[in-house]
Design a protein around this ligand. Structure first.
Ligand code: AMP
Ligand code: MG
Length: 494
């Protein structure tokens, strides 16, 4: 028996969809694959044997040099709005879906190689990924998962022994990405733009069966799907906003209909809180700035709704009315999720009038005072049990008085609902992380990886796996960058 038989217990559904959904092809082999890392816990959750993945045969599979038994490799077709401009054909230009497995929770998961070589969708790209972006995606997606935020995962990373040409030659790498699916708003747009109503119908049925089975029972399944996707995206973006995450390229092809965070390119977590923050080097107009994310998600969902119009109602005007109704719910869904999450961040168990003003007041002071987003909330969690900690939190602000003036307002609100300070502090620590993948830490790990030193990568991953725990040995990972360490721009790496 072939050594890779049984490596992945594939159960493929996407490859049974009609042929206009993808291009079938195998990954392009690379020169000298070498393992960087297997995500052992995730492997086991997926029903895979991490030791087998780490064998030379396993690494050849992860590099695309060997197609495992029962894989059905393909590049998915999709379209998308990139910075608001519509591109009718994008597709997996540097990624191959090997197949799907069912995880320990009974959920279907895509096993996908990013950086696996050219496909018919590559346009002018080389189909490859550079080591830096692979390491970045590995770290940030796993950090998001540990934070409890819906996201694609990283199962493995390998280097290819080849160079990829960007502004300079860079070492090549392949990331094995795991997702509930890689179906995007842009996948729907691909069929809608072609007027392919059979494709659109088949995709809609596939997505309902796979991600939103309850919608199949609804009077209007397409409407139920639209409602459900809008709700999940609103909740997802609220989670981002509550931890200071900036996606960086919220194009419609980078929005998964499953509600997972997908496509970690020039993404970053904010250090100091400034709502207009943009890191992405390609986002010159600031379209995808931190504070714009809810509005952009709504815009993307409107593009999604447009693709569903023929399925929402036979009459165009009636369909538009349904779509508008569904989209109108986004603001409330987002606001509910965000306000609820913010209350938890501030230690409020009950919802009271005025809570949002207290939160807004704090954010304005953080913005003006250049206060670190993560450390401010983590510090408040400690101060909730121990006011002796107030001064230390206040020192995060350029003018400590800016926080000291706000604290009585917060404490008065806490006193209104009463309760135990220690319990409140614990609850606050469970939603206010101490550890996020700060840009300068990611940059440091990538620099070491380029020198073939993966010890810093391993250490950072271990710390980020427990973001809400106090880890006294890891104090340096909580710190914002020194002035000379600040990373002001991030790159897609494409
Ligand atoms: P992204 O910016 O990663 O969301 O990618 C946008 C589009 O460009 C997708 O169709 C990608 O498959 C494609 N693409 C990105 N990088 C490459 C590359 N190195 N080679 C081929 N296609 C690429
Ligand atoms: Mg993309």
């Amino acid at each position: 028996m072939n050594a890779t038989a049984g490596l992945f217990p594939f159960d493929n559904s996407y490859s049974r969809l009609p042929e206009q959904f993808y291009a079938r092809l195998a990954p392009t082999p690379v020169k000298a694959p070498r393992l960087i890392k297997i995500n052992e816990a995730l492997a086991r959750h997926l029903g895979l044997d991490p030791a087998q993945l780490a064998t030379p045969e396993g690494v050849e599979v992860l590099a695309g040099n060997r197609v495992p038994a029962n894989a059905d490799p393909l590049a998915m077709a999709y379209a998308g709005h990139q910075f608001a401009g519509f591109v009718p054909q994008l597709g997996d230009g540097r990624a191959i879906l090997l197949g799907e497995v069912i995880d320990a929770d009974g959920l279907r998961r895509d096993i996908h190689l990013k950086g696996a070589g050219p496909t018919p969708f590559s346009r002018r790209g080389d189909g490859r990924a550079a080591l830096g972006p692979v390491v970045r995606e590995y770290i940030v997606s796993e950090a998001m998962a540990a934070l409890g935020i819906p996201t694609t995962r990283a199962l493995a990373a390998v280097t290819t022994g080849e160079w990829v040409m960007r502004e300079e030659p860079l070492p090549g790498a392949v990331l094995t990405r795991v997702a509930a699916s890689h179906i995007r708003v842009g996948t729907f747009q691909f069929f809608a733009a072609r007027g392919d109503s059979e494709g659109l119908m088949a995709l809609t049925q596939h997505v309902i069966a796979r991600h939103y089975p309850a919608a199949a029972q609804a009077d209007n399944p397409a409407r139920a799907l639209l409602d459900a996707v809008i709700l999940r995206q609103a909740m997802l973006i609220a989670r981002w906003m509550l931890v200071g995450f900036i996606h960086g390229v919220m194009n419609t092809d980078n929005m998964a209909v499953s509600g997972e965070t997908i496509d970690y390119g020039p993404c970053a977590f904010m250090d100091a809180y400034h709502p207009e923050t943009v890191y992405s080097a390609i986002d010159r107009g600031g379209r995808y700035a931190f504070e714009n994310q809810p509005g952009i998600a709504h815009w993307n969902l409107a593009r999604f709704a447009e693709t569903l119009l023929p399925l929402l109602a036979p009459d165009k005007d009636a369909a538009i009315k349904i779509a508008e109704e569904a989209l109108a719910a986004f603001a409330d869904h987002f606001q509910n999720a965000y306000a609820t999450g913010f209350r938890q961040k501030l230690g409020f168990r009950q919802a009271r009038d005025g809570d949002e003003l207290i939160a807004q007041d704090l954010l304005e002071r953080m913005d003006a005072g250049n206060a670190d987003f993560t450390l401010t909330f983590r510090g408040l969690a400690v101060a909730a049990a121990d006011p002796a900690h107030d001064a230390q939190v206040a020192r995060l602000f350029a003018e400590p008085a800016a926080l000291l003036d706000w604290l009585p307002r917060w404490r008065a609100r806490l006193a209104e609902e009463g309760g135990d300070g220690d319990a409140r502090s614990m609850a606050m620590q469970s939603v206010n992380p101490a550890f996020i993948p700060r840009n300068h830490l990611v940059a440091e790990v990538i620099a070491a990886a380029m020198q073939n030193d993966y010890a810093p990568f391993e250490r950072l991953l271990a710390v980020l796996a427990r973001p809400y725990a106090d880890q006294p040995d890891a104090a340096r990972y909580t710190l914002p960058p020194e002035e000379h360490e600040v990373v002001r721009q991030t790159f897609c790496g494409t």
